[in-house]
Design a binder for this molecule. Structure first.
Ligand SMILES: C[S@@+](CC[C@H](N)C(=O)[O-])C[C@H]1O[C@@H](n2cnc3c(N)ncnc32)[C@H](O)[C@@H]1O
Length: 178
């Protein structure tokens, strides 16, 4: 894992207990949508979950799944009750053989580490497994100088590209099917 990823990952670990007090602009999108999701959604899958704090808004109401390429530090179960799968999406792709018809896939700075053709393969696989709902919060190389391995995330499966909060240097690539 690159050093900047490692630093970000460690800093995110301390944000479980003060999640609601802290929530930066770039993460408010999950709070915005948590009350307005289609009622058939019962599972949230978080790609590149890191410290998993963005699962907190959905805790208790959904089956929660976190996916990351590293051994994450598992948060206290009373704060986030979820199942973790270690998976390198760039190398393995999405390997869970599950029906995603009732799922929402979310990310917060994960797909930007994965080359565009792999991003496309993963999203295609998720769609083939039935997923119709995506909230992918990623940096945009036109407005961000985030020092990661950024790859273009444009025209992504015709998802709607939105900017939900002023001062947010991330964009949301969205598809919600009601
Ligand atoms: C910038 S951090 C964001 C972490 C978390 N989403 C957050 O907001 O705190 C990027 C995360 O994506 C994960 N990641 C990067 N490349 C990945 C890959 N190929 N497969 C799975 N996870 C990956 C990293 O391990 C890291 O936890």
């Amino acid at each position: 894992m690159k050093k900047n990823q490692d630093t970000f990952y460690k800093s995110s670990l301390s944000r479980w207990h003060d999640y609601y007090a802290y929530v930066p602009f770039s993460e408010k999108v999950f709070l915005d949508f948590k009350e307005n999701l289609p009622t058939y959604i019962n599972t949230i899958i978080y790609f590149g979950c890191g410290g998993c704090r963005n699962l907190i808004p959905f805790n208790g109401k959904y089956n929660l799944i976190g996916i990351d390429q590293v051994d994450i530090v598992i948060p206290p179960k009373e704060l986030i009750n979820f199942t973790y799968y270690k998976m390198d999406l760039a190398i393995e792709g999405f390997t869970l053989d599950i029906d995603l018809t009732n799922s929402l896939c979310i990310s917060h700075g994960c797909f930007m580490y994965i080359e565009q053709h792999q991003q496309i393969n993963i999203i295609t696989d998720l769609k083939n497994k039935g997923c119709k709902n995506f909230l992918l919060q990623e940096y945009d190389n036109e407005i961000s100088d985030y020092p990661g391995d950024y790859y273009p995330f444009e025209n992504f499966h015709k998802f709607e590209k939105c900017m939900y909060h002023p001062n947010n240097i991330m964009h949301t690539w969205k598809q919600i099917t009601y």
